[in-house]
Design a protein around this ligand. Structure first.
Ligand SMILES: NC(=O)C1=CN([C@@H]2O[C@H](COP(=O)(O)OP(=O)(O)OC[C@H]3O[C@@H](n4cnc5c(N)ncnc54)[C@H](OP(=O)(O)O)[C@@H]3O)[C@@H](O)[C@H]2O)[C@@H](O)CC1
Ligand SMILES: Nc1ncnc2c1ncn2[C@@H]1O[C@H](COP(=O)(O)OP(=O)(O)O)[C@@H](O)[C@H]1O
Ligand SMILES: [K+]
Length: 526
């Protein structure tokens, strides 16, 4: 899994590379600029930029310095460059200043290089010009953002507006160096205005801000550039990105001589039925997903009136009733227990959750709590009960985590990483916080982020599919954090495979695509 760094962690990795490993800043900047050129040519499907015109808008820090290196290499390769300096020359110092002085020497050589000393000076020349690529080298990890949507000051604001106007008006692609200007590299909150890039080349390691909040909209496609900062400097990162090989590693294949009871026994306690209404679909989706994720046995406790429907929808599942004796017998038999999908919010459902969570046959197993089980915990104030359980995972969306923590969804939305981590630490649980990205936080150790999947999943019932998948992987032997992380990855991928048109995807289509998402991983591993 690749590390995902905050701005501070990246600055520490930069400093360690420079101070401990004696890699010179000028060397890092050179590699950063060179990597940008290589990836940009790949995006343009060109061997060389010769004859093309580029615009670079540079700030006063090292991000601007990366821009100066890009300018030099573009000129070396026969391209024409317009460079806009937003700040008086020399403001940067260090490697950036050294690279700028090389460009000044180039200027003397009559190359196709125009250097503008302010945005005002540049506008009449550049705003109507046609470029192949415009390059944002104004701010990177050094931006300080007081609050989401805070105004960006002059001249950065004008620099951003210039790039965004060219992006709207012309065919030019916009490339952000490290981070789109205006985007906070840690939180993913954007200033007003911020650069909207087609692609971002981020230096050394992925940054949290590119994956959170406004990040995915603003950065476009992200490429992580290798600039000679070794991976061991990011071993202690606070976050890692779940990828396909992680997911594949955490899907245990059945061994040849295995029997069904050796391949994961899942108990799902879900669904509800009252005189007026019933909620069976969520239970059906979760049970179907557990079966399709390869569980050897799936038992479902569902109200008797829904049993016939479950038998038809998921013929592989065993159906048991709701009486405590049957529940406890199957709890002892099972290896993972999922409680919650479609359980309802009646006082009876809340009492059922309370009774289940107080029983060692339940809480000593790998326990996954989803949907209405989370409602019951919040309503009955059972959060502290979670602390005493050996292995428990909650799978809330933002609203459910807000209810569990007595806050509003807005405060979870503002900092979902902190909200998930705080809950995991406070109650010694694992939290899978659903969203974009999905966050898996455990009591200690780094958080895992999942970015597989798209808006294809933004449809009712996909959360039930996910919790059924987690239960299956946990029953097959994975610890809950790993089961949650691998299931989240496969779930997102199943959403991609469910249809070519994301707007047509339904939860049952995601469930039915689970085997393809998993099979594909093993092709990948071969
Ligand atoms: N050796 C290395 O470390 C390497 C670094 N590399 C590159 O350097 C980048 C980090 O460089 P950096 O630290 O110089 O910061 P950067 O993002 O260029 O500039 C921020 C500037 O903006 C300013 N500023 C901040 N907030 C502001 C605001 N709200 N409104 C207005 N101004 C604001 C702030 O100025 P100040 O306000 O502090 O005077 C500062 O000067 C990194 O992203 C990567 O691209 C690579 O080359 C590899 C090697
Ligand atoms: N735009 C999106 N991009 C990626 N994943 C999404 C998006 N919208 C929803 N999801 C995923 O879809 C699932 C929805 O779960 P949930 O809200 O619990 O649905 P339900 O309760 O209807 O089953 C979660 O896994 C969430 O991460
Ligand atoms: K930038």
């Amino acid at each position: 899994m690749q590390p995902v760094l905050t701005a501070i962690e990246m600055q520490q990795a930069d400093s360690a590379a420079i101070e401990k490993l004696h890699i010179s800043p000028i060397c890092l900047m050179e590699l950063a600029g060179k990597e940008c050129i290589g990836y940009m040519l790949e995006k343009l499907s060109l061997e060389s930029p010769e004859g093309l015109q580029f615009l670079i808008v540079a700030g006063k820090g090292n991000n601007g310095g990366d821009g100066f290196v890009i300018a030099r290499h573009l000129l070396n390769l026969g391209a024409a460059v317009d460079l806009v300096l937003l700040y008086p020359e020399g403001a940067a110092g260090g490697a950036a200043e050294a690279n700028m002085s090389i460009l000044r020497a180039y200027e003397e050589e009559g190359l196709p290089l125009r250097i503008f000393n302010s945005i005002e000076e540049a506008i009449p020349f550049v705003s109507e010009q046609e470029y192949s690529v415009t390059i944002d080298a104004m701010t990177g990890t050094g931006l300080r953002l007081e609050a989401p949507g805070a105004p960006l000051l002059s001249p950065l604001a004008e620099g951003v507006e210039l790039l965004n106007a060219l992006h709207e008006r012309s065919e030019a692609l916009c490339m952000a160096v490290d981070i789109p200007t205006g985007l906070d590299a840690t939180s993913g909150h954007a200033a007003m205005p911020a650069v909207t890039a087609d692609f971002t080349i981020t230096m050394g390691f992925m940054k949290t801000g590119l994956l959170l909040q406004d990040g995915p909209e603003l950065c476009g496609e992200v490429h992580v550039a290798e600039i000679s900062i070794p991976g061991f400097l990011a071993e202690d990162a606070g976050a890692f990105l779940i990828d396909e090989s992680f997911a594949a590693e955490h899907f245990a294949l059945r061994s040849e001589g295995s029997a069904k009871h050796m391949n994961g026994k899942v108990l799902i306690i879900a669904g509800s039925s009252t005189g007026e209404s019933s909620m069976g679909g969520a239970a059906l989706l979760a049970a179907g997903a557990a079966v399709k994720t390869g569980a050897g046995y799936v038992a479902v406790s569902i109200p008797p009136s829904l049993a016939a429907t479950l038998h038809i929808a998921v013929p592989e599942a065993i159906v048991i009733g709701r009486d405590m004796d049957s529940l406890m017998e199957k709890a002892r038999w099972s290896e993972a227990i999922l409680i919650g999908p479609g359980l309802g919010r009646s006082p009876e459902s809340i009492d059922l959750v309370r009774a289940l969570l107080s029983h060692p046959d339940i809480f000593e197993k790998k326990l996954i709590l989803d949907a209405d089980a989370l409602y019951a915990i919040a309503e009955a104030g059972l959060q502290n009960v979670l602390s005493a359980m050996p292995e428990v995972l909650i799978t809330p969306h933002y609203g459910e985590l807000a209810r569990l923590t007595g806050t509003d969804a807005g405060s979870v939305t503002k900092d979902p990483l902190a909200a998930a981590t705080r809950f995991a630490d406070t109650y010694s649980t694992t939290v899978l916080l659903k969203g974009r990205p999905t966050i898996i936080a455990k009591e200690s150790g780094p958080v895992l982020l999942n970015t597989s999947g798209t808006e294809a999943l933004a449809t009712a019932g996909t959360g039930d599919v996910l919790s059924g998948m987690v239960a299956a992987l946990a029953a097959k032997g994975e610890c809950l954090p790993e089961a949650a992380a691998a299931a989240a990855w496969f779930h997102g991928r199943a959403g991609d495979l469910a249809s070519d048109v994301s707007s047509l995807v339904s939860a049952s289509m995601v469930r039915d695509a689970i085997p393809s998402a998993i099979e594909e991983m093993f092709d990948f591993e071969d």
